[in-house]
Write a protein that binds this ligand. Structure first.
Ligand code: SF4
Ligand code: SF4
Length: 166
């Protein structure tokens, strides 16, 4: 099992072509079938992998913010809202997100300073319990970043009888 981010990147890169074939293989299964197995695997691996030994998502991603979340986080940092928005967020024109990398709320031990109040986008990450997984491009973006996603998708290949180069 791959559990550390530094183990993940080279292995994930090697599997680029294999994954193209696996995405084709997924067409043989209904969205419901894929979701059911993925949700089960997520349950298993999220218990086995220690996020505080990783922190990759908090170091590399820019979590989206709901409209009301900027005000809440400005208050937590004891900053005027305008200052928080300018210094710590950016927008792509439609959504606002936390722009600092690593995240301003990440502790040195990879825990979150505001864990119980973290953005919804963080609480839902890596989104493996969502519906219609097989159609979600973001799952594959996370495959190279998140050991939980990597292990779940590798195990999903086995569960769905996928073989490559054997
Ligand atoms: S708010 Fe917390 S959980 Fe979200 S990216 Fe920052 S440190 Fe990570
Ligand atoms: S959710 Fe994934 S990327 Fe984020 S800390 Fe946990 S294992 Fe690492």
């Amino acid at each position: 099992m791959v559990t550390l981010p530094e183990q993940l990147a080279p292995i994930a890169r090697e599997k680029q072509i294999e994954n193209i074939f696996f995405k084709k293989h997924l067409r043989n299964f209904s969205s419901k079938q894929v979701d059911e197995i993925t949700h089960q695997l997520y349950h298993t691996y999220s218990k086995q992998i220690d996020c505080t030994a990783c922190g990759n998502c908090c170091k590399q991603l820019e979590p989206g913010l709901m409209e009301e979340e900027s005000g809440k986080f400005a208050e937590l940092l004891n900053l005027p809202l305008a200052e928080f928005i300018t210094d710590f967020t950016a927008t792509d024109g439609t959504s606002r997100y936390l722009k600092t990398k690593p995240c301003i709320f990440l502790n040195a031990d990879c825990t979150c300073k505001i864990y119980t109040q973290r953005p919804q986008a963080c609480a839902g990450y890596p989104h493996l319990d969502s519906k219609d997984i097989k159609y979600k491009k973001s799952i594959w973006d996370n495959y190279t970043l998140c050991p939980i996603v990597f292990n779940v998708l590798e195990e999903l290949k086995k569960e769905l009888g996928f073989t490559y180069g054997k």
